[in-house]
Design a protein around this ligand. Structure first.
Ligand code: ATP
Ligand code: MG
Length: 868
């Protein structure tokens, strides 16, 4: 069975059990402060489990793109070293939201594995939760009894809390789980060691493939457990592991999910997979990581210097590091795997197919830059070793700095050190790493306290499209702590406050009643709840309030948001249909729009785009807003769905003329309300992505007025009424001419001066001595000194100059005198500099010193004679 068929069979099976098949959620998460990436199938359904939202379907199945590289689930260190953990993998899952429970979940899992996929029953073991006295939890005998109907009792094993009690996080839904393990060892090995004893013992051929979680409890912040109002099933099966079992392989990497990628690497590197343990790890790392990187970019997360983007950049660099070290590949290669990946997965995951070009470009540029970094790191390291020849151990902080500041892999440092017969201060390095972890941990610590519920409320409603002021009641609140301090989050039953999303910033404002007035600092979405952030909790939170949005700020945001839509449309008209939105910021101050496009825009293109948007503003296009269009219909209308965004079955469509977008933001009711649109700059955001920043409304008008005033001021200064550009050009060319004349004059003067100096040379003993003060500039002085040194033997020359009321002393000594070893211009000038209250130095044959006492120049010249 091919991997494609295996995936398809899973979905069809659960469809036949009345499950609705849903698409994978994006791998990169938005609106979730506790998690950067989907790390299991349940991530996208969290709100259902938390009771924040009602599911549309009670039975659902899917395959979810997961990434386990940070936070609670982090498999990164194992990836490549073992054969069954990946960074990015697919998790097949079936779900019950308050519908079926243990009985059906167990029966169907068994049916699918043994009857559809036909895995021999004697390969399988299952585990159930043994209970936990401390938690007051009893053994999951319910699960045990259901399993007994399918599998012999001696294959049902007990598991402890660590393995068989699943928790979403420190708080939240949780419950006992039941895992299915498969033993794919050879017959002989099975006879030698009983498979039962290898379950959950990290054996690469006795592994967990499926985890059935029975969510029954809610963990609260104080650690206690509550029973959930509805019982849920959440299952997750590793797709790649399943493929290994069904394709009769001993490693995930030997399945058709990975073999095409491995073949490509073999053809580039010349190494055949399977011959050398170190190189095999490198190959596994590369083919694994490229998937994680490609899927993240496809879902809109580009490599960057912070947050999720940084995690992606690190993964990418890890892969490049392995290729560089173990496969000796010194050129970008990861990007060449993308067409193979597209062949492999593009059909099921169109985001890869559609964005192949962008993904390739981004990866290639990252690779190129990082390979440069590696080169520079090599130079830095060898410089360090050269300048510390006596060191036998390279200090940990040096390795750490290379790693942390320059992104230079520490194991590469180690290898280079070893090649030179040096070692690395491992302890020092580890302690630097620890310190840094501490720093970043501190920066990201936050704590959420339990919600205090004042009023049960099914669904909080956003009324801010129509009102910026409403009567509200606080339904729940909680305290949160993060690096900025202590805050409270308030939830209302209705709210006019827009929560930050889709690039648009959150609203600010206040709530008030006769008792008090509380400022709303920001509004955010957390797992679908709209939370209003305040510094102080109301004294009487149970009273009704008037909620009032800062209307001027909201209007500016709205102008910028509508302008963003017009900009998007204009860009597609001017540059072509390949332009796709890749991120935006819509604030009160300006708007920023990132889009896919491969060249810098020309001045003409920018001007044309700007003009087109302004024309739409003059055309006074009314807002056509439709809040509930079926998703399919919206796409047919011409609205574009963005990759990496999650849409519901029903979407909101915003239309201004021909501009149609799926959008939840706030908008002007007519484009004329935008007033004006001005592009401030067009830059590169990253490979293949351009960025436009622009202003609108009052900000735009103010900007133009300021520019006009500056222009008028300029005319004033130039004393011209005509076009000041002409006047400036004239001024500039006059200036150039004057500069040339001045240079000529200085040259001529220097020639005359040189003749005068020559005449003034005194013969004192063997030495030709010249000491004088001149008003030539320093560079002319240096020039003449060098000329004279070349022409006259035994020359000792000291010249004082004054520039901008500061004295300088220059000392020149001809080479023959220098060679005699008797004098050194640098030492002499230091001594003389005391006279002018200054200091300096230089070469044996020429040195200068600056000072602050002009009066001292004469004394310095006199003093110079003592060196004769
Ligand atoms: P393991 O102990 O093997 O790491 P887990 O207990 O972390 O597994 P779960 O969180 O229960 O796994 O995830 C459900 C299923 O997803 C597992 O049974 C396994 O088949 C698969 N899975 C988990 N982590 C990975 C990974 N890093 N790569 C590939 N598949 C995975
Ligand atoms: Mg794990």
């Amino acid at each position: 069975m091919t991997s494609k068929q295996i995936r398809q069979k899973f979905l069809e099976f659960f469809q036949s059990k009345q499950h609705t098949i849903v698409p994978s959620a994006p791998i990169v998460l938005k609106d979730d402060p506790t998690l950067m990436f989907s790390n299991s199938g349940m991530t996208q359904f969290k709100n259902f489990f938390l009771g924040y939202k009602d599911p549309e379907n009670k039975r659902v199945a899917d395959t979810q793109k997961c990434l386990r590289v940070s936070g609670k689930h982090n498999d990164l260190d194992d990836v490549g070293k073992d054969t069954y953990h990946h960074t990015m993998f697919e998790m097949l899952g079936n779900w019950s939201f308050g519908d079926y429970f243990k009985k059906e979940a167990i029966a169907w899992a068994w049916e699918l594995l043994t009857e559809v996929y036909k895995i021999p029953k004697e390969y399988l073991y299952v585990t159930i939760f043994e209970g936990d006295d401390k938690e007051g939890l009893i053994r999951d005998s319910e699960a045990f009894n259901y399993w007994k109907e399918h599998i012999s009792e001696d294959r049902i094993l007990l598991g402890n809390k660590k393995d068989n009690f699943w928790e979403m996080g420190d708080t939240g839904p949780c419950g006992p789980s039941s895992e299915i393990h498969v033993d794919i060892r050879s017959k002989e090995e099975k006879e030698k060691i009983d498979g039962k004893t290898l379950v959950n013992k990290d054996h690469p051929q006795v592994i967990e493939i499926w985890n059935l979680v029975f969510m029954e409890f809610l963990r609260k912040a104080d650690g206690s457990l509550d029973k959930l109002p509805k019982q849920n099933v959440d299952t997750g099966m590793g797709f790649e592991r399943l493929c290994m079992v069904l394709q009769g392989k001993m490693s995930n990497y030997d399945t058709d999910v990975f073999t095409p990628l491995i073949q490509k690497i073999e053809s580039i590197s010349g190494y055949i997979y399977g011959n050398n343990a170190e190189k095999d790890i490198a190959i596994r790392v590369i083919v694994d990581h490229v998937r994680a990187i490609a899927f993240s970019i496809a879902d809109g997360q580009l490599p960057s210097n912070s947050g999720a983007g940084y995690v992606i950049r690190r993964i990418l660099r890890r892969a490049i590091g392995y290729a560089f070290r173990f496969l000796e590949v010194k050129d970008p290669i990861l990007y060449t795997l993308i067409p193979v990946l597209k062949e492999q997965m593009g059909e099921f995951f169109p985001e890869i197919e559609k964005q192949e070009h962008l993904i390739k470009e981004v990866i290639k540029e990252e690779e190129t830059n990082f390979l440069k970094t590696i080169d520079q790191g090599l130079v830095r390291l060898s410089n360090f070793m050269k300048s510390h020849k006596d060191l036998k151990i390279i200090p940990g902080d040096v390795i750490f700095e290379l790693y942390d500041t320059y992104g230079f892999p520490s194991d590469l440092s180690r290898i280079i050190a070893e090649e030179k017969g040096l070692t690395v201060d491992e302890q020092g390095f580890i302690s630097e790493m620890k310190k840094q972890k501490q720093r970043s941990k501190f920066a990201s610590t936050f704590k959420n306290y339990d919600w205090v519920v004042l009023e049960e409320d099914q669904q909080e409603e956003f009324v801010g499209y129509d009102f910026i002021k409403t009567q509200i009641k606080i339904t729940q609140y909680r305290k949160v702590e993060n690096k900025e301090g202590e805050f409270y989050q308030l939830v209302f039953q209705v709210t006019p406050f827009y929560a930050e999303s889709g690039g648009q910033v959150g609203d600010t404002g206040f709530i008030e009643n006769i008792n008090e007035k509380i400022e709303i600092l920001n509004t955010k979405k957390e797992n679908n709840l709209i939370v209003h952030i305040v510094k102080e909790l109301p004294k009487y939170p149970e009273f009704p309030f008037q909620a009032i949005v800062n209307s001027k700020r909201r209007q500016q945001i709205t102008q910028n948001h509508s302008a963003t839509h017009l900009l998007h449309e204009a860009l597609r008209e001017v540059l072509g249909n390949h332009v796709e939105q890749k991120g935006s910021y819509v604030g009160p101050d300006y708007l920023r729009f990132d889009f896919s496009h491969f060249n810098k825009m020309t001045k003409e293109e920018i001007a044309l785009v700007e003009k087109k948007v302004n024309i739409k503003i003059y055309e006074r296009l009314p807002l056509e807003e439709n809040r509930s269009v079926p998703f399919k219909q919206a796409i047919e209308m011409g609205a574009m769905a963005l990759f990496g965004e999650k849409y519901g079955d029903v979407v909101r469509v915003i239309k201004f003329g021909d501009s149609i977008e799926l959008c939840g933001g706030t908008h002007v009711s007519n484009t004329q309300d935008i007033l004006i649109f001005k592009i401030m700059n067009e830059t590169s955001s990253s490979a293949g992505i351009r960025r436009i920043e622009a202003i609108t409304g009052e900000t735009g008008l103010n900007f133009l007025q300021d520019q006009f005033n500056e222009f008028e001021e300029l005319k004033n200064i130039l004393k011209t009424n005509e076009n000041p550009i002409k006047a400036v050009e004239k001024l500039y060319s006059e200036n150039e001419q004057l500069k040339k004349q001045l240079e000529q004059y200085i040259k001529e003067k220097a020639v005359q001066e040189k003749a005068l100096w020559k005449n003034a040379i005194q013969k004192i003993g063997d030495i030709n001595y010249l000491g004088l003060i001149t008003n030539l500039n320093n560079s002319s002085v240096k020039d003449i000194i060098f000329q004279l040194k070349a022409e006259i033997k035994n020359l000792f020359i000291i010249v004082g100059t004054k520039t901008n009321n500061k004295p300088t002393i220059s000392v020149g000594i001809s080479d023959d005198l220098v060679k005699s070893g008797k004098c050194h211009a640098g030492t002499i000038v230091k001594e003389l500099a005391q006279e002018i209250k200054g200091g300096g130095g230089g070469q044996p044959s020429f040195a200068t010193a600056g000072g602050s006492d002009i009066g001292g120049l004469e004394r310095a010249i006199q003093k110079s004679k003592i060196f004769l």
